[in-house]
Write a protein that binds this ligand. Structure first.
Ligand SMILES: Nc1ncnc2c1ncn2[C@@H]1O[C@H](COP(=O)(O)OP(=O)(O)O)[C@@H](O)[C@H]1O
Ligand SMILES: [Mg+2]
Length: 260
Protein backbone atom coordinates (compact mmCIF):
# COMPACT_ATOMS: atom_id res chain seq x y z
CA UNK A 1 0.00 0.00 0.00
CA UNK A 2 1.12 3.55 -0.74
CA UNK A 3 1.43 5.97 2.16
CA UNK A 4 -1.03 8.35 0.54
CA UNK A 5 -3.67 7.40 -1.94
CA UNK A 6 -5.83 10.02 -3.60
CA UNK A 7 -8.78 8.39 -5.30
CA UNK A 8 -10.85 10.22 -7.93
CA UNK A 9 -10.85 13.37 -5.86
CA UNK A 10 -13.05 16.29 -6.89
CA UNK A 11 -13.62 19.59 -5.13
CA UNK A 12 -16.09 22.03 -6.63
CA UNK A 13 -16.69 25.67 -5.78
CA UNK A 14 -20.03 26.56 -7.29
CA UNK A 15 -19.69 25.75 -10.98
CA UNK A 16 -15.91 25.52 -10.83
CA UNK A 17 -14.06 22.21 -10.42
CA UNK A 18 -10.91 23.41 -8.63
CA UNK A 19 -9.79 19.78 -8.33
CA UNK A 20 -11.28 17.40 -10.85
CA UNK A 21 -11.20 13.63 -10.60
CA UNK A 22 -7.58 13.47 -9.45
CA UNK A 23 -6.03 10.10 -8.59
CA UNK A 24 -2.46 9.75 -7.48
CA UNK A 25 -0.31 7.88 -5.01
CA UNK A 26 2.67 8.85 -2.92
CA UNK A 27 5.01 6.21 -1.53
CA UNK A 28 6.61 6.38 1.88
CA UNK A 29 9.85 8.39 1.90
CA UNK A 30 9.23 9.88 -1.54
CA UNK A 31 9.72 13.53 -2.39
CA UNK A 32 7.24 14.41 -5.10
CA UNK A 33 6.51 17.69 -6.81
CA UNK A 34 3.08 19.11 -7.56
CA UNK A 35 3.21 21.74 -10.28
CA UNK A 36 0.87 23.54 -12.63
CA UNK A 37 -0.02 27.08 -13.69
CA UNK A 38 -1.66 29.51 -11.29
CA UNK A 39 -5.20 28.50 -10.47
CA UNK A 40 -4.54 24.85 -11.41
CA UNK A 41 -5.89 23.61 -8.06
CA UNK A 42 -2.67 22.80 -6.22
CA UNK A 43 -3.46 24.65 -3.00
CA UNK A 44 -7.04 23.40 -3.09
CA UNK A 45 -5.72 19.85 -3.24
CA UNK A 46 -3.58 20.54 -0.13
CA UNK A 47 -6.62 22.05 1.56
CA UNK A 48 -8.58 18.87 0.95
CA UNK A 49 -5.67 16.67 2.06
CA UNK A 50 -5.40 18.56 5.35
CA UNK A 51 -9.11 18.68 6.07
CA UNK A 52 -9.67 22.38 5.40
CA UNK A 53 -12.18 21.39 2.71
CA UNK A 54 -14.15 18.20 2.37
CA UNK A 55 -14.07 16.54 -1.04
CA UNK A 56 -17.10 16.97 -3.33
CA UNK A 57 -16.43 13.37 -4.33
CA UNK A 58 -13.65 10.81 -4.11
CA UNK A 59 -11.52 10.09 -1.08
CA UNK A 60 -8.06 10.24 0.43
CA UNK A 61 -6.57 7.17 2.09
CA UNK A 62 -3.59 7.25 4.42
CA UNK A 63 -1.58 4.29 5.63
CA UNK A 64 -0.80 4.47 9.34
CA UNK A 65 1.09 1.38 10.45
CA UNK A 66 -1.01 -1.52 9.23
CA UNK A 67 -4.19 0.56 9.24
CA UNK A 68 -5.74 2.25 6.25
CA UNK A 69 -7.39 5.49 7.30
CA UNK A 70 -9.81 7.63 5.32
CA UNK A 71 -8.18 11.00 5.81
CA UNK A 72 -10.92 12.83 3.96
CA UNK A 73 -13.37 11.97 6.75
CA UNK A 74 -11.27 13.54 9.52
CA UNK A 75 -11.19 17.12 10.84
CA UNK A 76 -7.87 19.00 10.53
CA UNK A 77 -6.70 18.37 14.13
CA UNK A 78 -7.12 14.62 13.72
CA UNK A 79 -5.23 14.72 10.44
CA UNK A 80 -2.42 16.50 12.31
CA UNK A 81 -2.48 13.72 14.90
CA UNK A 82 -2.06 11.18 12.11
CA UNK A 83 1.35 12.75 11.44
CA UNK A 84 0.39 14.96 8.51
CA UNK A 85 1.36 18.64 8.36
CA UNK A 86 1.58 21.48 5.88
CA UNK A 87 2.95 24.94 5.32
CA UNK A 88 1.15 27.79 3.58
CA UNK A 89 1.79 29.79 0.43
CA UNK A 90 2.00 32.91 2.61
CA UNK A 91 4.14 32.63 5.74
CA UNK A 92 2.14 32.06 8.89
CA UNK A 93 4.24 32.47 12.00
CA UNK A 94 3.70 34.05 15.38
CA UNK A 95 5.81 37.02 14.37
CA UNK A 96 6.18 38.57 17.81
CA UNK A 97 7.23 35.27 19.40
CA UNK A 98 10.67 33.73 19.46
CA UNK A 99 11.73 30.84 17.27
CA UNK A 100 11.64 28.63 20.36
CA UNK A 101 8.09 29.67 21.29
CA UNK A 102 6.85 29.08 17.75
CA UNK A 103 8.10 25.52 17.99
CA UNK A 104 6.82 25.04 21.54
CA UNK A 105 3.32 26.00 20.50
CA UNK A 106 3.41 23.41 17.73
CA UNK A 107 4.60 20.80 20.23
CA UNK A 108 2.03 21.80 22.75
CA UNK A 109 -0.45 19.16 21.73
CA UNK A 110 1.80 16.77 23.61
CA UNK A 111 1.48 18.67 26.87
CA UNK A 112 0.29 16.49 29.69
CA UNK A 113 -1.19 19.15 31.93
CA UNK A 114 -4.79 20.29 31.60
CA UNK A 115 -6.21 23.77 31.63
CA UNK A 116 -6.28 23.77 35.44
CA UNK A 117 -2.61 22.95 35.67
CA UNK A 118 -1.82 25.73 33.26
CA UNK A 119 -3.93 28.26 35.18
CA UNK A 120 -2.67 27.26 38.60
CA UNK A 121 0.84 26.60 37.35
CA UNK A 122 1.24 23.66 39.67
CA UNK A 123 2.54 20.13 39.61
CA UNK A 124 2.81 18.68 36.17
CA UNK A 125 2.61 22.08 34.56
CA UNK A 126 6.20 22.91 35.44
CA UNK A 127 7.45 19.44 34.65
CA UNK A 128 5.67 19.51 31.30
CA UNK A 129 6.83 23.02 30.56
CA UNK A 130 10.46 22.13 31.25
CA UNK A 131 10.13 18.98 29.20
CA UNK A 132 8.62 20.79 26.23
CA UNK A 133 11.34 23.42 26.40
CA UNK A 134 14.00 20.73 26.38
CA UNK A 135 12.35 18.91 23.50
CA UNK A 136 11.95 22.14 21.57
CA UNK A 137 15.67 22.89 21.90
CA UNK A 138 16.60 19.36 20.85
CA UNK A 139 14.29 19.69 17.88
CA UNK A 140 15.73 23.07 16.88
CA UNK A 141 19.22 21.58 17.02
CA UNK A 142 18.11 18.86 14.65
CA UNK A 143 16.87 21.40 12.12
CA UNK A 144 19.88 23.70 12.66
CA UNK A 145 17.86 26.60 14.02
CA UNK A 146 18.87 26.39 17.68
CA UNK A 147 21.26 29.34 17.46
CA UNK A 148 18.25 31.47 16.57
CA UNK A 149 16.06 30.08 19.37
CA UNK A 150 15.63 33.42 21.16
CA UNK A 151 15.20 35.53 18.01
CA UNK A 152 11.73 36.86 17.31
CA UNK A 153 10.28 35.29 14.17
CA UNK A 154 9.78 38.70 12.56
CA UNK A 155 13.48 39.50 12.94
CA UNK A 156 14.67 36.42 11.06
CA UNK A 157 15.88 36.82 7.49
CA UNK A 158 13.16 35.80 5.04
CA UNK A 159 14.77 32.47 4.12
CA UNK A 160 15.01 31.50 7.80
CA UNK A 161 11.37 32.42 8.38
CA UNK A 162 10.44 29.95 5.68
CA UNK A 163 12.65 27.29 7.28
CA UNK A 164 11.10 27.97 10.67
CA UNK A 165 7.67 27.50 9.16
CA UNK A 166 8.68 24.08 7.89
CA UNK A 167 10.29 23.24 11.23
CA UNK A 168 7.16 24.27 13.07
CA UNK A 169 5.03 22.05 10.87
CA UNK A 170 7.38 19.16 11.67
CA UNK A 171 7.34 19.89 15.39
CA UNK A 172 3.85 18.40 15.49
CA UNK A 173 5.58 15.06 14.91
CA UNK A 174 4.63 14.96 11.23
CA UNK A 175 6.02 12.32 8.90
CA UNK A 176 4.08 13.41 5.82
CA UNK A 177 4.67 17.01 4.91
CA UNK A 178 2.93 19.23 2.35
CA UNK A 179 4.91 22.32 1.39
CA UNK A 180 3.04 25.05 -0.52
CA UNK A 181 5.52 27.11 -2.54
CA UNK A 182 8.23 27.25 0.12
CA UNK A 183 10.66 29.10 -2.19
CA UNK A 184 8.18 31.84 -3.12
CA UNK A 185 9.82 35.25 -2.87
CA UNK A 186 13.30 33.85 -2.24
CA UNK A 187 16.48 34.98 -3.93
CA UNK A 188 18.73 32.31 -5.53
CA UNK A 189 20.93 31.98 -2.42
CA UNK A 190 17.91 31.49 -0.17
CA UNK A 191 16.43 28.97 -2.60
CA UNK A 192 19.72 27.10 -2.62
CA UNK A 193 19.81 27.01 1.18
CA UNK A 194 16.18 25.86 1.27
CA UNK A 195 16.91 23.05 -1.17
CA UNK A 196 19.66 21.76 1.13
CA UNK A 197 17.41 22.18 4.15
CA UNK A 198 14.57 20.14 2.61
CA UNK A 199 16.91 17.35 1.53
CA UNK A 200 18.52 17.24 4.96
CA UNK A 201 15.36 17.12 7.06
CA UNK A 202 13.82 14.56 4.73
CA UNK A 203 16.70 12.15 5.35
CA UNK A 204 17.19 12.95 9.03
CA UNK A 205 13.54 12.62 9.97
CA UNK A 206 12.55 10.01 7.45
CA UNK A 207 9.88 12.19 5.87
CA UNK A 208 7.60 11.90 2.90
CA UNK A 209 7.19 15.25 1.17
CA UNK A 210 4.81 16.68 -1.39
CA UNK A 211 6.11 19.98 -2.71
CA UNK A 212 4.19 22.64 -4.62
CA UNK A 213 6.68 24.92 -6.26
CA UNK A 214 6.99 27.40 -9.09
CA UNK A 215 10.77 27.41 -9.04
CA UNK A 216 11.37 24.72 -11.65
CA UNK A 217 15.10 24.42 -10.96
CA UNK A 218 14.25 23.47 -7.37
CA UNK A 219 11.51 21.05 -8.42
CA UNK A 220 13.64 19.39 -11.08
CA UNK A 221 16.60 19.11 -8.72
CA UNK A 222 14.99 17.49 -5.72
CA UNK A 223 11.79 15.76 -6.79
CA UNK A 224 11.84 12.09 -7.64
CA UNK A 225 8.47 12.26 -9.36
CA UNK A 226 6.30 15.14 -10.46
CA UNK A 227 2.54 15.50 -10.85
CA UNK A 228 1.14 18.22 -13.08
CA UNK A 229 -2.26 19.83 -12.58
CA UNK A 230 -4.00 22.05 -15.10
CA UNK A 231 -7.53 23.40 -14.61
CA UNK A 232 -8.01 20.96 -11.75
CA UNK A 233 -7.05 17.90 -13.78
CA UNK A 234 -3.98 15.73 -13.48
CA UNK A 235 -2.45 16.05 -16.96
CA UNK A 236 0.89 14.31 -16.42
CA UNK A 237 3.07 12.45 -13.96
CA UNK A 238 6.60 11.17 -14.24
CA UNK A 239 10.26 11.79 -13.56
CA UNK A 240 11.62 15.34 -13.95
CA UNK A 241 13.00 14.47 -17.39
CA UNK A 242 9.73 13.00 -18.57
CA UNK A 243 7.83 16.06 -17.33
CA UNK A 244 10.24 18.53 -18.94
CA UNK A 245 9.67 16.95 -22.33
CA UNK A 246 5.93 16.29 -22.05
CA UNK A 247 4.08 18.24 -24.78
CA UNK A 248 0.92 18.63 -22.65
CA UNK A 249 2.92 20.11 -19.83
CA UNK A 250 4.76 22.50 -22.13
CA UNK A 251 1.42 23.55 -23.59
CA UNK A 252 -0.10 24.12 -20.14
CA UNK A 253 2.77 26.42 -19.25
CA UNK A 254 2.71 28.29 -22.56
CA UNK A 255 2.60 32.01 -21.88
CA UNK A 256 3.78 31.51 -18.30
CA UNK A 257 7.18 32.90 -17.42
CA UNK A 258 8.29 29.55 -16.10
CA UNK A 259 11.30 27.82 -17.57
CA UNK A 260 10.85 24.08 -17.60
N1 LIG B 1 -12.60 28.85 -1.30
C1 LIG B 1 -12.74 29.01 -2.63
N2 LIG B 1 -13.90 29.45 -3.16
C2 LIG B 1 -14.03 29.61 -4.50
N3 LIG B 1 -13.07 29.34 -5.39
C3 LIG B 1 -11.89 28.89 -4.92
C4 LIG B 1 -11.65 28.71 -3.52
N4 LIG B 1 -10.39 28.25 -3.36
C5 LIG B 1 -9.86 28.17 -4.58
N5 LIG B 1 -10.76 28.55 -5.52
C6 LIG B 1 -10.55 28.55 -6.98
O1 LIG B 1 -10.05 27.29 -7.34
C7 LIG B 1 -9.09 27.41 -8.39
C8 LIG B 1 -7.79 26.75 -7.92
O2 LIG B 1 -7.17 27.58 -6.96
P1 LIG B 1 -5.87 27.14 -6.19
O3 LIG B 1 -6.09 25.80 -5.65
O4 LIG B 1 -5.56 28.22 -5.23
O5 LIG B 1 -4.81 27.11 -7.37
P2 LIG B 1 -3.21 27.03 -7.32
O6 LIG B 1 -2.79 26.82 -5.91
O7 LIG B 1 -2.84 25.92 -8.24
O8 LIG B 1 -2.73 28.35 -7.87
C9 LIG B 1 -8.96 28.89 -8.69
O9 LIG B 1 -9.78 29.18 -9.80
C10 LIG B 1 -9.47 29.54 -7.44
O10 LIG B 1 -10.00 30.80 -7.70
MG1 LIG C 1 -1.59 27.91 -4.65
Amino acid sequence: MSLLQIEKLTRNFGGLSAVSNVSLEVEEHELVGLIGPNGAGKTTLFNVLTGVYTPSSGRVMFQKGDKSIELSKLPPYKITRMGVARTFQNIRLFKELSVLDNVKIAMNHEARYGLFGALLRVGNYFKSEALIEEKAHAFLKEVNLDELAETKAKNLPYGKQRQLEIARALATGAKLLFLDEPAAGMNPQETHALTGFIKEIKEKMNLTIVLIEHDMSLVMEICERIFVLDYGKLIASGTPDEIKNNPRVIEAYLGDEVEL
